[in-house]
Design a protein around this ligand. Structure first.
Ligand code: MG
Length: 276
């Protein structure tokens, strides 16, 4: 079949149009491609191992500062960075003091840190990670817990069924929060579910977790209370008598840590050794 120049041009035009349609959201504004890739350097389980993040253009970005907090602000869907996949033990975390903030394994007294298996748990019992563009300000005393922040982005525990991979960026629904006091610092643990979980629609608040995954909240409390005991530390303490707060409270908490982050990057707060 002969294809005329005109037909080719029409074809190209249609393709451009299709691309263009993808490049705008329903409001007509350019939609940003929120896909991210990771680049591992060094060998896992060594002190040199790092996981770097790149955006859809292949540019290196910081998972702490450059990934938007919201996947959908109107619906309170947040991004989360998976640091530790469920049932693994290596304490991987966003290196807040290193340029580009890659993931690296925490080191204590010269040794790579692994959480112990606290019977009957195996490693971390959720996909564990952090919400980008949040910060628990170490100079701010939380009015609820009476303790200052731990100088990190706010932590999440994803209760979805999928075992995520290290460095995966997921979209999550916030369900509640537990106020851990870890060695005298406020360390919120936000309970979330991956929006891609087939059952995500059934989970909208902390009571849904209690009802649909019986035992999971109790296991979560038990895990955080005892996870440092095998390392010779005392049991952790909790604010609110160890009760889980509900979705609305948790969303308010996440948003307040976003405000602390905004003050941090606009230099209204002393960043200390933090980097980006
Ligand atoms: Mg923390």
């Amino acid at each position: 079949m002969q294809v005329s120049n005109l037909q080719l041009k029409q074809c190209a035009c249609l393709l451009l149009c299709l691309n263009d349609c993808h490049a705008t959201d329903h409001t007509g504004r350019p939609a940003t491609d929120m896909s991210f890739t990771i680049e591992e350097r060094g060998r896992p389980n060594t002190q040199d191992y790092r996981v770097f993040f790149k955006n859809s253009q292949g540019k290196y970005i910081s998972p702490f500062h450059d990934i938007p907090i919201y996947a959908n602000e109107a619906e309170n869907i947040f991004h989360a960075v998976v640091e530790v996949p469920r049932w693994t033990n290596a304490k991987m975390e966003i290196a807040t003091k290193d340029p580009l903030n890659p993931l690296k394994q925490d080191v204590k007294k010269g040794n790579l840190r692994y959480v112990a298996n606290v019977f009957p748990h195996k490693g971390y019992i959720w996909n564990y990670g952090a919400i980008p563009q949040t910060w628990e300000d170490p100079n701010h005393k939380d009015s609820d817990t009476g303790c200052c922040g731990d100088n990190d982005p706010i932590d999440i525990c994803d209760i979805g069924n999928k075992v995520c991979s290290r460095g995966e960026i997921i979209k999550v629904k916030v369900l509640g929060t537990l106020a851990l006091i870890d060695e005298g610092e406020t360390d919120w643990k936000v309970i979330v579910i991956n929006t891609e979980d087939p059952e995500a629609g059934d989970f909208n608040d902390i009571d849904d977790v209690r009802r649909l995954k019986p035992g999971y909240l109790e296991a979560t409390f038990d895990w955080f209370k005892r996870y440092k005991v095998p390392d010779g530390k005392p049991e952790n303490q909790f604010a609110f008598n160890g009760e889980f707060k509900d979705r609305d409270f948790a969303i308010k908490t996440v948003k307040s840590t976003h405000d602390f982050w905004k003050a941090l990057i606009s230099k209204q707060t002393n960043a200390g050794e933090l980097n980006w």
